[in-house]
Design a binder for this molecule. Structure first.
Ligand code: ZN
Length: 371
């Protein structure tokens, strides 16, 4: 995630804090000062928020470590003002496994709540006459209330919150996975609308959460649909076979002209039929500025080729479209073609309309060279 700093590494998982999280600490501290509190009150509030987010981190580790049991790795855990996010490499598609991974987070807060409740009980906190000011008087009591809120909030059946995943898992045990996801996503959108409306009257924080839930529901439904559409397909199926490639010793100026004539943004470089690397528009500009327009094309090849094999599953290819949006497909040092997000999208559209997989391009069509 952009704008986040790593603050540690626990059980092999990077723990990060988003920069906006700092805003919440400053806001909590200042609002205590402004409402007439002294420095101690401000520090207590900041401490309470830090303790609360510690509980959120433990919640996320509940998900991550349960997922690990099923062989799923977690990329990182990031703290945001609206809570924590554990980025699991994938969600288990087995409904029971997903149910366990999703429920493990809130279960951690149940355990923390039970521990806090017992501690308060033993120290005799509840033996005093009960009144409302008890809720705000003691930092441990506040932490207990917050943990109980976390449990209930997370169990609201709205994607991408844990309750939404629990709902999908339950639905998916009795119906098609994609249908179950769409249904759960729509329930999530419904809750987002209710949350947004409630936010106008109660707390603006709810509006932010509603937006998060709305976009999360849509993203989950799209991801699951794309995964289904790409099932069993490989890079070879989405290959772009008609494009221009350039010889290693061709000048950058002629490459620039070719880019203008064709609109192509990435050019593979070959030498005697052997694939050397790819030049992006950015690399082309930078190298022309640095070395002049007469320099050979190979000087502009970027360091990170990101080659993929034709047998790479398209599901994995989609994960590789980061900064590189044109990936060369290479076999035995021979360039077979290019794969882009657009070529994958074309394949999905084709398969939907024609009801079968696009015939693979014949070998002789591949690689028209610039003459
Ligand atoms: Zn959770």
């Amino acid at each position: 995630m952009k704008w986040s700093w790593q603050i540690g590494r626990i059980a092999g998982i990077d723990l990060k804090v988003h920069s906006t999280f700092m805003l919440i600490l400053i806001w909590v501290g200042f609002s205590a000062l402004l409402s007439g509190g002294n420095l101690t009150a401000a520090l207590t509030n900041v401490l309470l928020i830090l303790a609360l987010f510690m509980c959120v981190v433990m919640h996320e580790f509940g998900h991550a470590l349960t997922a690990r049991i099923f062989g799923i790795k977690t990329r990182d855990i990031t703290l945001l003002p609206i809570g924590g996010v554990a980025r699991l490499e994938e969600m288990p598609e087995d409904p029971l496994e997903e149910l366990l991974v999703a429920a493990a987070g809130p279960a951690v807060n149940v355990v923390i709540s039970a521990a806090l409740f017992s501690a308060l009980l033993i120290t005799g906190y509840f033996s005093q006459p009960l009144n409302l000011s008890m809720l705000t008087g003691n930092i441990w009591m506040q932490l207990l209330a917050a943990n109980i809120t976390l449990v209930f909030f997370n169990l609201i059946p709205a994607f991408p919150m844990d309750g939404g995943r629990v709902l999908r898992a339950i639905l998916a045990s009795g119906m098609d996975y994609v249908k179950a996801t769409n249904l759960a996503a729509n329930v999530g959108r419904g809750f987002a609308v209710l949350m947004g409306i409630a936010g106008f009257f109660l707390n603006p924080w709810l509006i932010a959460t509603a937006l998060f839930v709305w976009s999360g529901a849509g993203a989950e439904a799209r991801t699951v649909q794309i995964k289904r559409d790409l099932n069993g397909l490989t890079a070879r199926d989405a290959l772009i076979s008609k494009f221009y490639q350039v010889e290693a010793n061709q000048s950058l100026e002629s490459l620039f002209q070719l880019a203008m004539q064709t609109g192509q943004s990435h050019f593979p470089v070959v030498s005697n039929g052997v694939y050397l690397g790819i030049i992006s528009r950015n690399d082309l500009m930078k190298t022309m500025d640095r070395l002049g327009s007469r320099s050979p094309a190979y000087a502009a090849i970027s360091g990170e080729p990101g080659n993929i094999s034709p047998e790479t599953p398209l599901k994995d290819v989609m994960m590789k479209f980061g900064t590189n949006r044109t990936l060369p497909v290479v076999e035995n040092r021979q360039l077979l073609g290019l794969v882009t997000p657009e070529s994958v999208q074309h394949l999905i559209w084709y398969n939907k309309r024609m009801g079968n997989t696009r015939p693979r391009p014949p070998r002789e069509n591949i690689n028209p060279l610039l003459d």
